[in-house]
Structures are given as structure tokens and as C-alpha cells.
Design a protein around this ligand. Structure first.
Ligand SMILES: Cc1cc2nc3c(=O)[nH]c(=O)nc-3n(C[C@H](O)[C@H](O)[C@H](O)COP(=O)(O)OP(=O)(O)OC[C@H]3O[C@@H](n4cnc5c(N)ncnc54)[C@H](O)[C@@H]3O)c2cc1C
Length: 488
């Protein structure tokens, strides 16, 4: 609370160029010097309803709350209005949102769920706090400058074993201290993993979401599940400590959906293989140290080999519609020698290694995609209360309410289906999951990622021009609409 108190009449006297004050949400701002630099122009600040007046409504019809939190604007605040209280409260870091449907129902006070225990609830709180304090600031900055996620983020994640936990429950967690001991390794289940995936939505940076270890999420499990002990013992600790990174390199310009059609060739030689070929759209490929690579064999089967960055390996960034933070790469392997011990699984049976990975990857992507969708629902619900058109808030318009109702129904349906599938995963062995859940997970992913695109389209409509603007009020909507097709 600022110390100096003013009356409304006192503020009203400062209503001209060079002497310009306004009231926003009970606080008084001196814009005398700033007015000439206002990105929206001086004229809007000299308007009769703004200069020397309570401009709260005008301000929030055009700006995000966070603007006022920026140091350069905080400095302009000179006091408060006597007897008035702030009516707008930002959600404190780590807390639950009070916007309806902004949280899944298990996190909404007054609702119940059979799936989540006290351990999940404690875990969610800790992860959200970590996400908002450590990751979100880096995510927003890197999404802007396109650099890869900062090393300090990986270091902090490693300290809490977040990199290990992102791979889900399993033997790889044994003996580790998870979240400073908050969850025991044997307690950690797919709902804990679901929580981690869903909390990433708060970074609202799709390139960074993949950049922050997306390659490891899909590239390391084959090494853990099919690698020889010596290979595992070398790579896993390096990656879990945040010092090295993996990428899964399957797709090629020649073969994407049709995985069996890969052309990258592994030839058997003394002591191992020689690999020649290319890979395309490889997440984290620009900075990965280890590549889990699908290759054709001379017999026409497939091998999966772990290739370390080194002689004959070249990676080039591919420009995509999300930020370069994701490290999306085109890779060439030029007669690269790979030791025999780097073969994952059996020779010529690599298809099994590749396919066994897909269920968990699809489920993980769906988990985050649903949370991203919910984040957009929250943005829309906030905006329709802030924005007035024809003298009424946007939410009073039936067409807008209908769009919101459809958005909410879609995300609720997807979340409930996801929780049902996750419960099955918790109760099935990995092999059973492959047999019984490949279909449901594929269908759920299709549903969640298609409905996400409907929500993106509706959100752009609800935000109007701001829905296509890269900064300001609609920046998350623009970003979502541009990047949402990636998940499908
Ligand atoms: C953001 C992003 C990250 C990625 N990261 C990785 C990564 O880390 N590692 C990796 O190996 N790959 C990665 N990929 C590549 C991805 O796996 C491929 O893009 C995907 O497999 C599809 O292949 P494709 O793009 O060649 O499309 P194609 O296979 O050429 O398909 C084109 C279109 O035809 C459809 N289609 C294909 N076959 C059929 C069919 N039989 N019937 C009907 N329709 C069909 C497809 O659904 C698609 O819509 C990534 C892609 C994206 C977008």
C-alpha cells in the first residue's frame, strides 16, 4: 500500500499535458512525463474520461494486469485514493486460480475426486510454485529471444529430481529424493506425472515447453528400457543431472507417419555400425548430446542406436512457427561410427523399441495439451469480464457465452477422459498398457488436440484484433492459435 493519500478531487486537477494523473484500481499514477512515450499515443491519455479521472475501466479494457507490475510502470504510482480499496487481485504465486474452470475440478474448492491423494495435492502445490518462480520467467524470456532454456533452470530441476520424475514412475526413480523428500519414489505414480505435465501450461510458451527437455522425455526412455547396463549407467546420471540432453531422432523427410519406411542406414562393421542418413523435425536436436536414432538395416529391418554428438554428426535449426527455443533440428549422420553396445533392444527389431515409446509420449503430450487448452479458457473468461462493448461486458452477449460454454465443455470432457485413462495406467503393467490403452490414448489425443484447435479459433474471435497481436492483452491467444496445431 502506497503511503500518500489523495482525494478524487485533488487528482482531477491534474488533467492536462505536462501535469497528468490518473486513478487505476484505487492507485494514483503520475503520467506527466510518461504520457509522451505512451505506446498508444498521448491523445488517449488526454481523453476527458481518463485525464485526472478514474481510468480503471478504460485501462483494463486494453491492458493486462501484469503491465502494472512492471518496474517502469510501478514507479509511476505516487499514492492511493483515500477510503478506496483495490478491487483487483492477482493470483499469488503458486496459488489456485479463482476464475471458474481455470483449474481442473479436483483443484477447485468444494469438488471431489477419487483419483488424487494428499500426496498429489502437496506435490501439485510444490510444482506450481517451482514452475512459477523458476521456470515461467525463463520461459517468457527465452520464448522472446529464441535461446535455449537457461542452464540454471535445468540445474534447479535436477536438484529436485524433476528431470527424472518427468519420465514417469519406474525403477529410474529408485533411491532418489523427489522434491526434497515430498514424495517417496515408490509413491510416485502417473497422477504425479500428470500434474507435472499439466502445470507446464502456466509458462504459456509452447516452444519452451518442448525446449525444456522434450527430447529427453521421448529420447531417454528407450535407453532406460532397452539399453545395455553400461550405456544406461553412463547416460542416465548425466541427463538427470541436467548437464546433458537427449533427442529422439526417428522422423525423416522421407518417413514421418510411416515409421517403417525410414531410409537412414546402419551398416554392420567391426565393433559396431556405420550410420549414414538424415533426420528431420528433431526436438532439442540443435543442442542434444545423445540421439536415439531409428535406422534401416541391410537386412531391411530396423535398429535403434544411441549416437553421441561427435564426428560426422551435424545439426541445423529448422525454422518453425514456434520459437527456436525448442531446438527443432535437421540432422545429418555422415558415416558415423556407433559402438555395438549402443544398440537398443535386438538387432533388426527396432520397430518394437520405437513403437513401445509412443503410448507414453502421446499420453504426455495430451496431458499438457489439455492444460494448455484450460489456460486459454481462463484467459477468455478474464477477458470477457474486462472488456466492455456496447456498454456491457462481453460476457453478457449470448454468442460469446455460447462459445465459452463450448470451450469449457471440451476441456472438461478431455480432462475427465484423461484422468480415467491415467487411472488405468496406474493399475496396469507397462505391457498391458500397450495392449489395452494404445487405442484409447490415440483417440484421446485426437480428441484433445482437435478440440484445442476449435478453442484456439473461438478464443481469437473472442479477443478480436488482440487475438492476432503478439504483445499485450491477447499475446497468449495469438501464441496458442499459432502453435496449437503442433500437438495434432
Ligand atoms: C513439433 C514437432 C516436434 C517433433 N519432434 C520430433 C522428434 O523429436 N523426433 C522425431 O522423430 N520426429 C519429430 N517430429 C516429427 C513427427 O513425428 C512427424 O511430423 C509425424 O510423424 C508426421 O510425419 P510427417 O510430418 O512426415 O507427415 P506425413 O507422414 O507426410 O503425413 C502428412 C499428413 O498425412 C496424414 N497421413 C499419413 N499417413 C496417413 C494415412 N495412412 N492415412 C491418412 N492420413 C495419413 C498425416 O496424419 C498428416 O496429416 C516432430 C514434429 C513436430 C510437428
Amino acid at each position: 500500500m502506497s503511503a500518500k493519500l489523495f482525494s478524487v478531487d485533488e487528482v482531477a486537477k491534474h488533467n492536462k499535458e505536462g501535469d497528468l494523473w490518473v486513478i487505476i484500481d484505487s492507485k494514483v499514477y503520475d503520467l506527466s512525463k510518461f504520457a509522451g512515450m505512451h505506446p498508444g499515443g498521448l491523445a488517449v491519455l488526454l481523453d476527458d474520461e481518463v485525464a485526472g479521472q478514474d481510468a480503471t475501466e478504460a485501462f483494463f479494457g486494453l491492458h493486462r494486469y501484469e503491465v502494472l507490475q512492471k518496474p517502469q510502470y510501478k514507479r509511476l504510482m505516487i499514492g492511493s485514493i483515500q477510503g478506496q480499496k483495490s478491487s483487483i487481485q492477482a493470483r499469488p504465486v503458486g496459488e489456485i486460480s479463482r476464475v471458474p474452470y481455470a483449474e481442473p475440478s479436483w483443484l477447485t474448492p468444494g469438488y471431489f475426486s477419487p483419483y488424487y491423494s494428499e500426496s498429489h495435492r502437496k506435490f501439485q502445490k510444490a510444482i506450481r510454485k517451482f514452475m512459477e518462480e523458476v521456470i515461467v520467467p525463463d520461459a517468457q524470456a527465452r520464448e522472446e529471444d529464441g535461446k535455449r532454456a537457461s542452464q540454471h533452470v535445468f540445474d534447479e530441476m535436477a536438484k529436485l529430481e524433476i528431470i527424472a520424475m518427468r519420465l514417469g514412475p519406474g525403477q529410474h526413480l529408485k533411491g532418489r529424493t523427489l522434491m526434497s523428500g515430498l514424495v517417496k519414489p515408490e509413491e510416485f505414480d502417473y497422477f504425479h506425472e500428470l500434474i507435472m505435465g499439466q502445470e507446464t501450461a502456466h509458462m504459456a510458451a509452447r516452444g519452451y515447453q518442448d525446449g525444456m527437455g522434450g527430447g529427453t522425455y521421448i529420447g531417454l526412455p528407450p535407453i532406460i528400457n532397452f539399453g545395455k547396463p553400461a550405456l544406461r549407467d553412463k547416460i542416465v546420471p548425466e541427463v538427470f543431472s541436467g548437464k546433458k540432453f537427449c533427442a529422439l531422432a526417428i522422423s525423416e523427410a522421407f518417413a514421418g507417419s510411416d515409421v517403417a519406411g525410414l531410409k537412414c542406414l546402419s551398416k554392420k562393421v567391426d565393433g559396431g555400425y556405420r550410420v549414414t542418413g538424415t533426420k528431420k523435425w528433431i526436438t532439442n536436436g540443435t543442442f542434444a548430446d545423445y540421439f536415439t536414432v531409428g535406422c534401416r538395416t541391410e537386412q531391411g529391418g530396423l535398429n535403434v542406436l544411441v549416437i553421441e554428438r561427435g564426428e560426422g554428426v551435424e545439426t541445423k535449426a529448422i525454422k518453425t512457427s514456434y520459437s527456436p527455443t525448442a531446438g527443432t533440428a535437421y540432422i545429418t549422420f555422415d558415416n558415423v561410427f556407433v559402438p555395438a553396445d549402443n544398440l537398443l533392444g535386438e538387432e533388426n527389431k527396432g520397430l518394437h523399441v520405437i513403437l513401445s515409446n509412443f503410448n507414453h509420449e502421446r499420453w504426455g503430450m495430451t496431458t499438457a495439451a489439455i492444460a494448455n487448452q484450460r489456460f486459454i479458457v481462463e484467459e477468455c473468461l478474464k477477458w470477457v469480464s474486462q472488456r466492455k462493448v456496447f456498454g456491457k461486458p462481453l460476457h453478457s452477449q449470448a454468442v460469446i457465452r455460447s462459445k465459452l460454454a463450448a470451450m469449457i465443455s471440451r476441456v472438461e470432457a478431455a480432462q475427465n477422459w484423461l484422468e480415467h485413462v491415467t487411472y488405468q495406467m496406474n493399475n496396469m503393467k507397462y505391457k498391458e498398457q500397450a495392449d489395452r490403452l494404445a487405442g484409447p490414448i490415440g483417440l484421446l489425443k485426437k480428441f484433445a488436440t482437435e478440440t484445442a484447435q476449435e478453442t484456439a479459433r473461438d478464443a481469437v474471435q473472442i479477443f478480436g484484433g488482440r487475438g492476432i497481436t503478439k504483445t499485450g492483452m491477447g499475446k497468449f491467444i495469438e501464441h496458442y492459435h499459432r502453435t496449437v496445431p503442433f500437438d495434432a
